[in-house]
Design a protein around this ligand. Structure first.
Ligand SMILES: Nc1ncnc2c1ncn2[C@@H]1O[C@H](COP(=O)(O)OP(=O)(O)OP(=O)(O)O)[C@@H](O)[C@H]1O
Length: 264
């Protein structure tokens, strides 16, 4: 996307955050009722940060993610990317869902190249981009396979590669590993962290699992329902890779669990 040059100022201004969520509220009409899905959310996210959103069902995690994705608009408040209003979905914000969302009639390579092809990029460039990201997620051997020939973990790798091939700066992940077995989930967590470290992407990752949040995140944003609210924003300073058996990890687990428990 276009970069926004801040106007020259006499005093040094703080750098523009990639995402700035200011007093965002979202209400849904539900029959005769109004549901307050999110109330007065405030978050400032710097480029390259890995944020996890955790909280019980119905606390507005997906709603917040969908608004950043441009699929919903706030009822109140302001949502900015690089200082510009987020008004619609765009390739700069890629979404990865729990149920993969792949096109079953396209091969792995075609799924990954779909975005650049749809945007009219030249054929050779689409092929090179698709190959690069299929290789990056370790699916070179399965480049010509169709989604039904892949395991859940492999499908999720395709979904991640597809977002990367689209030049996304922000990756929005809604419980992407929720349907995977524990072993596959751990491997994909490691791979995602490697890709993140290499690409300097900004990641917003929704999860129910405290442990997953501590393994992945620079910051864990804790939310509570009725109405959906942000109740804590905790920085995780442990060096990576993180050891879930370490006392520091356990202390964080207890701390986040208490924050969640206190708002159930
Ligand atoms: N399109 C919609 N119409 C009406 N209500 C909605 C709509 N989307 C979400 N909601 C309501 O908004 C609230 C927040 O939903 P949301 O899906 O954001 O929560 P969540 O934290 O992601 O939950 P889960 O962990 O179960 O996915 C819920 O009460 C939900 O019923």
């Amino acid at each position: 996307m276009d970069s926004v040059m801040p106007a020259p100022a006499a005093e040094a201004k703080p750098a523009l955050p990639i995402l700035d969520i200011q007093h965002v509220t979202k209400r849904f009409a539900f029959g005769a009722e109004t549901i307050m899905a999110l109330s007065d959310a405030n978050l400032r996210i710097e480029k390259g940060e890995f944020l996890c959103l955790i909280g019980p069902s119905g606390c507005g995690k997906s709603t917040l993610l969908r608004m950043v994705g441009g699929f919903e608009t706030p009822s109140e408040g302001t949502l900015l990317m690089w200082g510009k209003h987020v008004a619609a979905p765009g390739p700069d914000r890629g979404m990865v869902f729990q149920d993969y969302g792949l096109f079953p009639w396209l091969t792995v390579t075609q799924n990954v190249g779909f975005g650049p092809a749809a945007r009219g990029r030249p054929k050779a460039e689409v092929a090179a981009t698709a190959k690069r990201f299929v290789d990056m997620v370790g699916l070179t051997r399965f480049a010509d396979a169709f989604p039904h020939q892949l395991s859940g973990g492999m499908k999720q790798r395709v979904a991640i590669a597809r977002v990367l091939a689209n030049d996304a700066e922000v990756v929005l992940m809604d419980e992407p590993f929720g349907a995977l077995d524990a072993f596959t989930r751990e491997r994909l967590q490691e791979e995602l962290l490697e890709i993140w470290a290499r690409t300097k992407l900004t990641v917003l990752f929704v999860t129910h699992a405290i442990e997953e949040a501590i393994i992945l995140a620079d910051r864990v944003v804790v939310m509570s329902p009725g109405p959906g609210r942000i109740v804590a924003d905790e920085r995780i300073d442990l060096p990576r890779p993180r050891d879930p058996t370490s006392p520091e990890f356990n202390a964080l687990r207890r701390h986040l669990s208490a924050l969640l428990g206190g708002h159930h």
